[in-house]
Write a protein that binds this ligand. Structure first.
Ligand SMILES: *[C@@H]1O[C@H](CO)[C@@H](O)[C@H](O)[C@H]1NC(C)=O
Ligand SMILES: *[C@@H]1O[C@H](CO)[C@@H](O)[C@H](O)[C@H]1NC(C)=O
Ligand SMILES: *[C@@H]1O[C@H](CO)[C@@H](O)[C@H](O)[C@H]1NC(C)=O
Ligand SMILES: *[C@@H]1O[C@H](CO)[C@@H](O)[C@H](O)[C@H]1NC(C)=O
Ligand SMILES: *[C@@H]1O[C@H](CO)[C@@H](O)[C@H](O)[C@H]1NC(C)=O
Ligand SMILES: *[C@@H]1O[C@H](CO)[C@@H](O)[C@H](O)[C@H]1NC(C)=O
Ligand SMILES: *[C@@H]1O[C@H](CO)[C@@H](O)[C@H](O)[C@H]1NC(C)=O
Ligand SMILES: *[C@@H]1O[C@H](CO)[C@@H](O)[C@H](O)[C@H]1NC(C)=O
Ligand SMILES: *[C@@H]1O[C@H](CO)[C@@H](O)[C@H](O)[C@H]1NC(C)=O
Ligand SMILES: *[C@@H]1O[C@H](CO)[C@@H](O)[C@H](O)[C@H]1NC(C)=O
Ligand SMILES: *[C@@H]1O[C@H](CO)[C@@H](O)[C@H](O)[C@H]1NC(C)=O
Ligand SMILES: *[C@@H]1O[C@H](CO)[C@@H](O)[C@H](O)[C@H]1NC(C)=O
Length: 544
């Protein structure tokens, strides 16, 4: 309130006059600055723009309740100014009112997982006290405002899953308190600005799934507190700067699905002693696998798939005590020696292994019986398209959690072991293009979850077991080019789940019901189920 003008001044009492002048001046400033009335108006304006609030989250935002008690609103005790606005995952729809940038006492603005849209205007710089901003999974677009640089207290900026475009502004390089910068899953382009290397507090830098090009600036190696570096899903080229191997704090390192090349240092796994996830799949890396891989004792996921790596897979992988995923698929791994699979035996000690792929390499050798001693946690075992010989060990029946087994396009001989019936979780059994002999075990009918069974291009004989009629999820059945005889059981034709059945090139007889579709094999179908895409990250949890 502006103090009332006193009727008279005490004679010669200059101090009182000065105090009065100060009071008037202060009141004048207050009248033009943002107050808790502004905050109230800003919140009302925010609500006014919301066109859909399916969970009625903003119903408490009404006159009968002070705005500091509205859902999602937190005020400072002293000034009754809004310090936090948290409205995550409410499916709120609408544009974001520009009045929101008048909430100048805001420290946390969390609007993640709604359907809000619009631009992020330069006015965001008015929120100079902001520490955490999350707009994850909304529909914001346009360029990132350079006035973010005025939010000098910002610790976490989470913009994942919008459609921000343009370049990463160099102004972000001045946010020295920034610990988490998550810009992934947007449409950002240009190169990674080297000024990000100045953000020495950064623990998490995520730029994945954008349209970023150019090389990785060596300055990122200065981020000595960095734990998560996610650059996956861009068009980043060049080599990994050696400076990055200086960041010993790294936990998760994902450069998957880019255009990176060069060889990987043999001591990579010593450089990152705390590593839990390494994702380098879908690049053009060449040279050998880092020989120190067995040192990754904390690692949970390791993916080198879809590169041009050569040489052997190191033995002694038993040191990977925590590993759940090992993916070496689609490289040129292997030797001419024919003893390329001995590393498999060392995996016995990886008691948490769930998914293993060495598919589409040049690995030569006999499938060792030791796979019978693999951890029963194994769910996917992919050896496809190598030069693997020998028989399928009957001990494979120990891997009772196996859902996917792909041995296709190898040189395996002998029969399909009857122990395979123990694999009651099996969904995809792919054995085609080997030299497997003997009969199709009728016990396959016990794999009631089976959806893909592909035994074509072998030398299997006998009849098609009627028990397959019990595989009521069977979607694709490929038995072509074997030595099968007899009639196709009605139980098989009766499977309503079948979308592909391929029988040519056998000695089958009897009628084929006209409603049966006989499709030839289709690469695009099995590609989906029969290989693993490059993985790019393990977990994404955000605390705003
Ligand atoms: C205001 O919100 C409170 C809490 O949701 C509710 O109990 C009350 O009925 C509302 N008042 C009006 C006038 O809508
Ligand atoms: C708050 O923001 C709006 C929109 O940006 C603006 O028109 C208004 O003047 C601002 N100030 C106050 C005190 O509401
Ligand atoms: C954002 O969306 C992605 C993809 O739909 C989802 O995986 C993630 O959990 C979501 N994150 C949040 C915080 O809503
Ligand atoms: C952006 O920041 C500059 C420099 O601090 C300031 O002069 C300008 O008013 C800000 N723009 C807006 C729209 O807030
Ligand atoms: C995202 O933004 C880009 C560039 O501004 C635009 O071309 C594209 O259509 C937008 N995508 C979506 C899904 O809005
Ligand atoms: C920030 O980084 C740039 C480029 O890496 C560098 O030239 C500049 O000196 C750095 N600024 C500060 C304040 O450290
Ligand atoms: C990726 O970048 C290269 C240049 O490094 C360019 O030739 C290519 O067209 C880009 N690819 C995409 C999909 O943008
Ligand atoms: C790694 O760090 C050491 C010590 O801080 C430094 O001497 C060296 O130059 C750094 N290497 C790279 C490639 O940045
Ligand atoms: C597995 O671990 C045990 C005990 O640590 C060790 O004795 C054995 O040699 C290891 N086996 C393999 C195949 O690495
Ligand atoms: C199967 O065996 C025959 C005869 O030994 C051989 O010619 C052929 O290459 C083998 N096929 C495969 C896929 O190993
Ligand atoms: C197949 O399942 C049936 C019934 O669940 C069971 O009786 C039979 O022993 C199983 N067959 C084999 C070979 O395990
Ligand atoms: C299918 O399963 C049922 C019940 O488990 C069993 O009685 C029947 O013999 C099986 N059919 C064939 C053809 O194996």
């Amino acid at each position: 309130m502006i103090p009332e003008k006193p009727n008279c001044f005490p004679k010669n009492h200059a101090l009182v006059f000065i105090l009065y002048q100060i009071a008037v001046a202060a009141a004048a400033i207050a009248a033009f600055s943002l107050t808790n009335e502004t905050d109230y108006q800003a919140l009302l304006a925010f609500k006014g723009q919301i066109t859909s609030d399916p969970s009625d989250a903003l119903s408490s935002w009404n006159v009968s309740i002070h705005f500091c008690s509205w859902t999602g609103v937190t005020c400072g005790k002293k000034h009754q100014r809004v310090t936090q606005l948290r409205l995550p995952s409410l499916r709120l729809v609408g544009p974001l009112s520009p009045h929101i940038w008048n909430l100048t006492f805001l420290r946390v603005l969390n609007l993640q997982a709604n359907h809000l849209h619009g631009l992020l205007p330069q006015e965001i710089g008015q929120l100079s006290r902001l520490r955490g901003l999350s707009l994850i999974n909304n529909s914001f677009e346009g360029e990132l405002p350079i006035n973010l640089t005025n939010c000098a207290d910002l610790r976490g900026l989470y913009l994942y899953g919008n459609n921000f475009s343009g370049q990463i502004p160099v102004e972000l390089g001045s946010l020295m308190k920034l610990k988490v910068l998550v810009l992934s899953s947007n449409s950002l382009s240009g190169e990674i600005t080297s000024v990000l290397g100045n953000l020495s507090a950064l623990t998490h830098l995520s730029l994945g799934d954008n349209h970023i090009q150019g090389s990785i600036p060596p300055q990122l190696g200065h981020l000595s507190n960095l734990e998560k570096l996610f650059l996956y899903g861009n068009n980043i080229s060049g080599r990994i700067p050696t400076s990055l191997y200086n960041i010993s704090s790294i936990l998760e390192f994902s450069l998957a699905s880019n255009n990176l090349s060069g060889s990987l240092p043999s001591d990579l796994f010593l450089a990152f002693p705390k590593l839990i996830g390494l994702y380098l799949g879908g690049n053009k890396f060449s040279g050998m696998l880092p020989s120190t891989i067995a040192n990754a004792s904390q690692a949970i996921e390791i993916d080198f798939s879809q590169n041009a790596l050569v040489g052997l897979i190191p033995v002694g992988l038993g040191g990977l005590k925590n590993v759940q995923l090992l993916n070496f698929e689609k490289n040129n791994l292997g030797s001419e020696e024919g003893d390329d699979l001995s590393f498999l035996t060392s995996l016995i000690n990886c008691t948490k292994l769930q998914r293993l792929s060495i598919g589409e390499n040049r690995l030569k050798g006999i499938l060792p019986n030791s796979i019978a001693n693999f951890s029963s946690t194994l769910m996917a075992f992919v050896l496809r398209q190598n030069f693997i010989s020998g028989t399928i060990p009957s001990g494979i029946g120990n891997l009772v959690n196996l859902q996917l087994l792909s041995l296709i396009e190898n040189m395996l001989t002998g029969g399909i072991p009857s122990s395979i019936v123990k694999l009651s979780n099996m969904q995809g059994l792919y054995l085609y293009e080997n030299n497997l002999t003997g009969v199709i075990p009728s016990s396959l009918g016990n794999m009631t979850l089976l959806s893909g069974l592909e035994l074509d291009n072998n030398v299997l004989e006998g009849t098609i077991p009627a028990s397959l009629g019990n595989c009521t999820h069977l979607d694709e059945l490929y038995l072509d080019r074997n030595l099968l005889v007899g009639a196709v059981p009605q139980e098989v034709f009766g499977l309503s789940s079948l979308t592909a059945l391929s029988l040519p090139g056998n000695y089958l007889s009897g009628p084929i019901p006209s409603q049966v579709i006989v499709k030839c094999w289709n690469t695009s179908i099995w590609e989906l189920t029969n290989s693993m895409e490059p993985f790019h990250l393990l977990l994404q949890t955000y605390e705003v």
